[in-house]
Design a protein around this ligand. Structure first.
Ligand code: GDP
Length: 463
């Protein structure tokens, strides 16, 4: 059963134009004349990330057409709306909210279907400024869009993508999570890779490169389900041990293990090689495991490498290896923990794992930590919640641009994910002042679980 995305709205708000933008081809007729309606049109569409869905245009739901609610109750439109998995409620931002729109809102809310409000025609100033009216309708997801110019269409596709049920996305779910293990020479990266491969719950298969010197290594981990109270009755009612299903196996791609093993002949060469290897593998990873030496403490090189991981947009997991060498010294352990908080400024609140590849202390915690981090890394912020939070934040501290001048931010959407990117629509395209950006970062991190996840802001000028 294909996921049905259904466009609704009164006539002439631009549903056909939105339809054409999403479908990518001009199949439907677009007319400027009021009252122009068409038959429901249904096509097989795909999102930007290539996931299929069915896109349906209902024509116009004209509550004031001859016969009052005649058109609304017409079987075809009603069926389309009733069968919808996601409604795109299109409004005309230039005209603003009409009484019909409000009545339609009441109808749609009564249906309780997941709904995205599409505030169209934001290429016009009036529409751009009126978008706050759309928030008053009480729907969570609101997109400012110009079907004419194409702005906002990516964001809408992202929302459709996010609404698709996860089982349509089996490929990405079973694709291994790419992890880069980086750090200075001799902190124990190779030992950590070996420890991960040697554990009793991992299996290894080698990809690319030669068997002797594999480049990327896939590690599998069986995820043990919590057992039911009675040992031989399973949650699904069946008896006996449950066979592992693909969902019980997690896969990880350890990026460039050959680079980890490659050693420089001199100390300097080793340092340079480790930084080069780190930069290259961070580009291909989603999670960066930053290994440092608990005995030596944190060095500026460790902070530099963490900075690269941030720049590369990786989720960050800090590992203090060789914990066995200091664990008996309570005070020293606590000092190191405090130092982690101070030194890794942007990675503050990144998960921190003290570990030893010699005693194997906490080695088995690393992959589950990476999973939890990957989940935070994929955080999706709803447009409604995001804008409410930002409005509140702006009341306490008003936005400032890089040069310190006040800035007006009208609206925000999460325009990218993994890692999350927030696009801010402002009166000018200027980067945020660093202290204001830090303030916003903190507000967002209070609301969403983003520990260890880099968060980016992009400022766009809104006309
Ligand atoms: P890499 O250059 O980061 O890959 O570091 P290696 O894995 O080659 O390890 C460097 C040295 O640290 C080796 O002598 C390891 O035996 C040692 N080492 C690695 N992990 C630990 C640990 O958890 N505890 C202790 N005491 N030594 C370790």
């Amino acid at each position: 059963m294909a996921f049905r995305v259904v466009l609704v709205g009164r006539p002439n708000v631009g549903k056909s134009a939105v339809f054409n933008r999403l479908y990518g081809r001009r199949r439907a007729l677009v007319h400027d004349k009021p009252g122009m309606t068409r038959d429901a049109l249904e096509v097989a569409a795909v999102t930007g990330s290539g996931r299929p869905y069915t896109l349906v245009d209902t024509g116009g739901l004209d509550l004031d057409a001859a016969g009052g609610f005649a058109q609304w109750t017409s079987e075809r439109a009603l069926h389309s709306v009733a069968d919808a998995d996601l409604l795109l409620f299109v409004l005309d931002g230039i005209v603003g909210l009409l009484p019909e729109d409000k009545r339609l809102t009441a109808k749609l809310r009564a249906l309780g279907k997941p709904t995205v409000v599409v505030w169209n025609k934001v290429d016009a100033k009036a529409a751009e400024q009126g978008i706050s009216d759309a928030h008053a309708l009480g729907f969570d997801r609101i997109i400012g869009l110009s079907a004419l110019h194409g702005t906002g269409v990516d964001d809408l596709e992202d929302l459709i993508d996010a609404a698709l049920p996860p089982d349509l996305d089996a490929d990405t779910r079973t694709a291994p999570l790419p992890i880069a293990i980086v750090g200075r020479p001799n902190v124990g990266k190779s030992s950590l890779v070996n420890a991960l491969l040697g554990g009793d719950r991992v299996m290894v298969s080698e990809v690319a490169g030669t068997t002797r010197d594999p480049i990327d290594v896939v590690v599998e981990r069986r995820v043990h389900q919590p057992s039911a109270p009675s040992a031989d009755v399973q949650p699904d009612g069946s008896e006996g041990p449950r066979a592992a299903t693909p969902a019980d196996v997690r896969r990880y791609l350890l990026v460039d293990t050959a680079g980890i093993r490659r050693k420089g002949k001199t100390h300097d060469a080793a340092e340079i090689l480790s930084v080069l290897a780190a930069k290259k593998s961070l580009e291909r990873a989603r999670i960066a495991v930053i290994v440092f030496d608990a005995f030596e403490g944190i060095t500026s090189q460790d902070a530099t490498i963490t900075g690269y991981a941030e720049e590369a947009g990786c989720g960050i997991l800090l590992v203090a290896n060789k914990w066995d060498l200091i664990e008996k010294d309570r005070e020293r352990c606590n000092r190191l923990k405090a130092e982690v908080q101070e030194r890794f400024v942007f990675a503050r609140r990144a998960p921190f794992l003290p570990l030893s590849t010699v005693t194997r202390r906490s080695v088995s915690k690393l992959l589950p930590e990476a999973d939890a981090l990957a989940q935070r890394y994929a955080t999706k912020m709803s447009t409604g919640e995001l804008n409410r939070l930002l409005q509140k934040s702006f009341e306490r501290q008003s936005p400032r641009g890089r040069n310190g001048r006040d800035m007006k931010i009208r609206y925000a959407v999460q325009s990218g994910s993994e890692p999350p990117v927030i696009r801010l629509f402002a009166d000018r395209a200027e980067q945020l002042h660093f202290s204001f950006e830090r303030y916003l970062q903190n507000r967002l991190r209070e609301k969403w679980p983003l520990d260890g996840v880099p968060l980016r802001f992009v400022v766009r000028k809104s006309e």
